[in-house]
Design a protein around this ligand. Structure first.
Ligand code: FPP
Length: 221
């Protein structure tokens, strides 16, 4: 969800104002996902690297996320949305973790759309924590062959399908330590649109571009 800071700066406002407006884009994209029957949608809201931002911005973002998620509970229940947070939750405050646990428990039965918020997440961290668990398994079963699925089931995304499409906004063309393992065959769409301007129409365009791609998964059609 890149470009919130630049969007705010262009209007002479503080960066957090861009994050507030970014929440409206999350809402618009989720409404479209429900309308179009998309089963999973995820948002990279805060990376492990984002902890290095000024304390004031980090605190404001955490506050915004806690307040926004709790405020959406009725909306999530009404639309049968399952809310999931994935990432290094040990770094989040007890208060935020308690709100996340409550939201996840309350929406666990949501069967229309799964919304995943990646918080304090990094792809390398995820692979490392999975590798550690896999090493533990191997110590108990030495000599056992190791397949990609064995790592996948220890990633925080276990049980969630790999993404078909990854959209990156604001003209950046990098993966920035997002889902490194899970994006092996993901289609990427890059747009110059800043996240606060990314609404239903921009989402539709990205999906149209995705639909035009020829996915071969390394094979020949
Ligand atoms: C990147 O833009 C955006 C973030 C680091 C935060 C995104 C988080 C939200 C919009 C909150 C969503 C919360 C919920 C609960 C749905 P940037 O700050 O890197 O902007 P820049 O690239 O212009 O500097």
């Amino acid at each position: 969800m890149d470009g919130n800071g630049r969007w705010a700066k262009a209007r002479g406002k503080d960066r957090i104002y861009g994050h507030f407006e970014g929440v409206e884009s999350v809402r618009a994209v989720m409404e479209a996902a429900v309308e179009w029957g998309i089963p999973y949608i995820s948002f990279f809201a805060f990376s492990e690297e984002n902890w290095g931002r000024p304390e004031q911005e980090v605190l404001a973002l955490m506050e915004l996320m806690g307040r926004t998620m709790v405020g959406e509970l009725d909306n999530f229940l009404e639309h049968r949305i399952r809310f999931v947070v994935l990432g290094n939750r040990a770094r989040l405050s007890d208060e935020l973790n308690a709100s996340i646990d409550r939201m996840m428990a309350a929406t666990a039965g949501g069967d229309a759309l799964t919304m995943i918020l990646f918080l304090s997440y990094s792809g390398q961290w995820d692979i490392l924590q999975a590798a550690e668990k896999m090493a533990h398994d191997l110590m108990n079963h030495p000599g056992q062959p190791v397949r990609p699925e064995d790592l996948s089931r220890h990633l925080v995304t276990a049980g969630i399908p790999d993404p078909d499409l990854l959209i990156r906004t604001s003209g950046e063309k990098r993966i920035s330590n997002y889902l490194l393992w899970q994006t092996a065959y993901t289609e990427f769409v890059f747009t110059d649109t800043l996240w606060p301007d990314f609404r239903k129409e921009a989402f539709r365009e990205a999906l149209e571009e995705f639909a035009s791609r020829d996915r071969r998964f390394g094979k020949i059609k």
